[in-house]
Design a protein around this ligand. Structure first.
Ligand code: C2E
Ligand code: MG
Ligand code: MG
Length: 270
């Protein structure tokens, strides 16, 4: 118990230094339209290379960043870095502003900042990224903390042109009343349902229900964690054509993402 606490404290101290030491990096995971096999977006995912322990899992260090408050600084860095990278890709003609979304994860603490909207606005302005290319991924944890403040902030950001995806959908409290009131554009089907959709009748049914709900609320859907062809086939049969997962590619450094975009533009061999 004591060892775990001291280990956590050590990681927290190391995380305090990580930004200054340049140990963080962003990777980009493509999002794909299965009907055309075209890349339609990317999710920016934070990576941390610890100087002695090596690569650390976000599942381990994101909660530490969140609890310690360090997420404010690191999340600000992620947003700026991601917008900058995407604006570069646009400038290089690698992506189309009307057909590509940059997805950035926003933590509850980050979203609750009083000046969050201004921060996003200034990031867009300094990177010259068209606001309609930015999609913020929020979780149900953000929503339940203060629904009125959440909706007000989301509406202000939507007026700027920014859109929203509800991440890990189906794993939280998913009140339909909340969902109806929230100005979200996309539901991301959580990978825990996708994993067993082809073998577990309950997971398959949950996916059917999410897709039906998204359709009736006029929301787009994307599935995450797609690893196998039969999972993708099942999703497409249900009417979910957008996906993200190892089947196409894991998250890769910007340079490799550049290559993926390049290869994706080549016509498919006959
Ligand atoms: P998430 O936002 O739901 O991101 C999707 C996670 O699923 C990523 O894990 C991604 O690498 C993984 N993934 C994608 N496709 C597959 C697949 O086919 N199979 C499997 N098994 N996994 C797949 P990652 O990068 O480890 O991130 C975990 C979580 O950490 C993210 O879940 C997100 O909640 C958080 N996170 C990552 N980067 C950031 C960030 O910059 N800010 C914040 N606030 N949270 C972040
Ligand atoms: Mg996400
Ligand atoms: Mg997710």
């Amino acid at each position: 118990m004591q060892k775990a606490a001291s280990e956590r404290l050590r990681l927290e101290n190391d995380l305090r230094l990580a930004l200054a030491r340049g140990e963080f990096e962003l990777h980009f995971q493509p999002q794909v339209d299965a009907r055309t096999n075209q890349i339609i977006g990317a999710e920016a995912l934070l990576r941390w290379m610890h100087p002695t322990l090596g690569a650390q899992s976000p599942a381990l260090f994101i909660p530490i960043l969140e609890e310690s408050g360090l997420i404010l600084e690191v999340g600000g860095w992620v947003l700026a870095e991601a917008c900058h990278a995407c604006a570069q890709l646009l400038k290089q003609g690698m992506i189309d502003a009307a057909q590509f979304s940059l997805c950035v994860n926003i933590s509850p603490r980050q979203f609750r900042q009083a000046d969050f909207v201004e921060r996003v606005d200034s990031c867009l302005a300094s990177s010259h990224l068209p606001p309609n290319m930015l999609k913020l991924e929020i979780t149900e944890g953000i929503v339940i903390q203060n629904i009125d403040d959440t909706i007000a902030k989301m509406n202000r950001l939507k007026r700027l042109g920014v859109t929203f995806a509800m991440d890990d959908f189906g794993t939280g409290y998913s009140s339909l009343t909340y969902l109806k009131r929230l100005p979200v554009d996309v539901l991301k089907i959580d990978q825990s349902f996708v994993r067993d959709a082809t073998v577990d009748a309950n997971d398959a049914e949950i996916i059917r229900a999410i897709v039906a709900m998204a359709h009736s609320l006029g929301l787009d859907i994307i599935a995450e964690g797609v690893e196998q062809h039969d999972q993708l086939e099942f999703l497409q049969q249900q009417g979910c054509h957008h996906y993200q997962g190892y089947l196409f590619s894991k998250a890769v450094p910007l340079q490799s993402f550049h290559q993926l975009l390049h290869d994706n533009r080549l016509p498919a061999p006959c």
